[in-house]
Design a protein around this ligand. Structure first.
Ligand code: LLP
Length: 437
C-alpha cells in the first residue's frame, strides 16, 4: 500500500502542508482545545463495522458481530455501534454497566470474563447476561448461584483454549498450555456434560486466540482444532450449538509498510470448515459470532499532542510531548509502533531523527524511537495515529496527570464526548483519617 493510500484509509491527508483528519484541519482543532486530546472519527467506526458485516454476510448469513468493548468503552462509540445493530463483548461487569447505561439490551451482550468472582456471576444472573466461562470450578459456582436465585439456567458457553495462539506481542497471545485463559481439550467433554447435568439447556462455544493478528493464516490451525472439538462435543454428547464464537484479534496496519488484514483469506479460513460441519447437520444451526475490538475502533482515532521541548543532548534529538505513556501505553507496554506525523509540514524541508518522548518521570516514556520527521519545533503539533483501540481505555492518571478529553467528528462537526479530568477528580475519592487532619 502506498503511503498516501495508507493515510487515506485512516481518513488523513495533507492539504497545502496541513494535516486534515476526517476533513477537518488538525491545527484548527489543536488551537481550540487543550492537548493532548483524543479525536475519534465516527465514519471509520461505521466503515470498519460494515466491512466486517458484509464479509460475514457473504459467507454465512446467520452471524453476529460482538464489538470488544475493552478496546474502546466510550458511550458515544457504543451508541454508534448500537445504531449499526452491533452486539457487545464485555470482559468485566464494569464494561457491562457501560453497555447497559448506553441502552444496550442484555441479550446483545456476551460476558467473557476470566477469574470470575461470585459477585460477577450475581451481576450477570441479575441482568440476564450470557456468560462465557473458562474453568470447571466456575461452572459449579455459577450453577449454585442460579439455584439460589431461582432463575432459569438458560444458556451457557465455555471458552476453549486451542493451544495454538497468535498476537502482536507475547502478552496478547491467549492460547497455549501456559496461558491462563480458556479450557484445554482434555476438559471440554467434562465441562459440557457437567453443565448439562446441572440443568443448563442451551450451549455456545468460544475461542479467542490472541490480539493484533495481521496475517489471517494464523487463524488456520486454531480454527481447525476448534472445529474438531465442536464435532467431538456433538458426537459424544449430542450437543447442538446455539452459537460458535470465533473471538476477535483482527489486526490493523499500524506501520505504513504493512498491508491490511486480508478479509478474504480470514473469512475463507473461518467459513470453510465451519460451514462443512453445519451442513453435515451434526451441530445444529448455530449463529457464527466474532468479537473484533481493534479492527473496528483502532484506526478511527488520533491523539493530538503538542511539542513542549526540543532537546539536543549532543548525542541525539528528543521531541518532548504533552502526551506520554499515561495517554497511550501501548509503545511502552508492548513496544508497539504508532505512526506519528506533523500537523503542519509547510515550509519544512529538513528531515531529522528524533526520539518522541512524553512528560512522565520514567525513561520508558517513549512513544516513538528514531523517527525521521520534517524538522520539529517547540509549539508544533503532532498526531499519533491508530489510538482508537486500547488507547483511552488503557490510559492512566500516573504522575497525577489528568486524563485528556475526547472529541468525536461526525460529518464535519466536532463534539466533545468526554471532558478532561481535573486535579479535583484525581483526589475526589480519597479520605484522610481524622488523626491526620
Ligand atoms: N475477545 C476476547 C475474549 C478478548 O480477550 C479480546 C481482547 C477481544 C475479543 C478483542 O481483541 P481485538 O479484536 O481487539 O484484538 N491491550 C492489547 C490488546 C489486549 C486484548 C485483550 N483481549 C493491545 O493494546 O494490543
Amino acid at each position: 500500500m502506498n503511503y498516501i493510500d495508507w493515510l487515506s484509509r485512516k481518513d488523513l491527508e495533507y492539504r497545502d502542508g496541513g494535516l486534515y483528519f476526517a476533513n477537518l484541519n488538525t491545527l484548527g482543532i489543536a488551537e481550540k482545545f487543550r492537548t493532548p486530546i483524543y479525536i475519534i472519527n465516527e465514519k471509520t467506526i461505521r466503515k470498519r463495522y460494515r466491512e466486517l458485516k458484509d464479509t460475514l454476510n457473504s459467507g454465512y448469513k446467520k452471524n453476529k458481530i460482538y464489538f470488544a468493548v475493552k478496546s474502546n468503552t466510550n458511550l458515544s462509540i457504543l451508541k454508534i455501534l448500537v445504531s449499526e445493530r452491533s452486539n457487545f463483548d464485555c470482559s468485566s461487569t464494569g464494561e457491562i454497566h457501560a453497555c447497559l447505561s448506553s441502552g444496550i439490551s442484555p441479550e446483545r451482550i456476551i460476558y467473557t470474563g476470566n477469574m470470575f468472582t461470585n459477585n460477577d456471576f450475581k451481576f450477570a444472573i441479575d441482568n440476564d447476561i450470557l456468560t462465557n466461562l473458562d474453568s470447571y470450578s466456575q461452572l459449579i459456582r455459577l450453577a449454585n448461584l442460579y439455584e439460589k436465585n431461582g432463575k432459569d439456567k438458560r444458556i451457557l458457553s465455555f471458552r476453549f483454549n486451542p493451544e495454538f495462539g497468535a498476537g502482536h506481542h507475547p502478552h496478547t497471545i491467549t492460547a497455549g498450555k501456559e496461558i491462563k485463559f480458556g479450557i484445554l481439550e482434555n476438559q471440554m467433554i467434562k465441562v459440557y456434560s457437567k453443565a448439562r447435568d446441572l440443568g443448563f439447556k442451551k450451549f455456545g462455544i468460544h475461542q479467542h486466540i490472541g490480539s493484533g493478528i495481521i496475517n489471517a493464516k494464523d487463524y488456520e490451525k486454531p480454527i481447525e482444532k476448534f472445529i474438531t472439538i465442536i464435532e467431538k462435543l456433538s458426537s459424544q454428547l449430542g450437543i447442538q450449538f446455539e452459537f460458535v464464537d470465533f473471538g476477535g484479534g483482527l489486526g490493523i496496519p499500524y506501520r505504513p509498510e504493512q498491508d491490511p488484514l486480508d478479509l478474504n483469506i480470514y473469512s475463507e479460513i473461518v467459513f470453510t470448515r465451519f460451514k462443512e460441519i453445519v451442513e453435515k447437520g451434526e451441530i445444529g444451526e448455530p449463529f457464527l459470532f466474532i468479537e473484533p475490538g481493534r479492527y473496528i475502533s483502532a484506526e478511527s482515532s488520533i491523539i493530538l499532542t503538542q511539542i513542549n521541548t526540543i532537546k539536543d543532548n549532543g548525542y541525539k534529538l528528543f521531541a518532548g510531548l504533552d502526551a506520554g505513556f499515561n495517554t497511550l501505553i501501548r509503545p511502552t507496554m508492548y513496544g508497539s509502533y504508532h505512526h506519528i506525523i506533523n500537523c503542519n509540514e509547510k515550509h519544512k524541508k529538513k528531515i531529522l531523527k528524533y526520539d518522541i518522548v512524553g512528560p512522565i518521570c520514567e525513561s520508558g516514556d517513549v512513544l516513538g524511537k528514531d523517527r525521521e520527521l520534517p524538522e520539529l519545533n517547540e509549539g508544533d503539533y503532532l498526531a499519533i495515529l491508530d489510538a482508537g483501540a486500547y488507547g483511552y481505555t488503557m490510559s492512566s492518571p500516573y504522575n497525577s496527570r489528568p486524563r485528556p478529553a475526547e472529541l468525536l467528528i461526525n460529518d464535519g462537526n466536532l463534539y466533545k464526548i468526554r471532558n478532561e479530568e481535573t486535579f479535583d477528580d484525581l483526589i475526589r475519592n480519597q479520605t484522610v483519617p481524622d488523626y491526620l487532619k
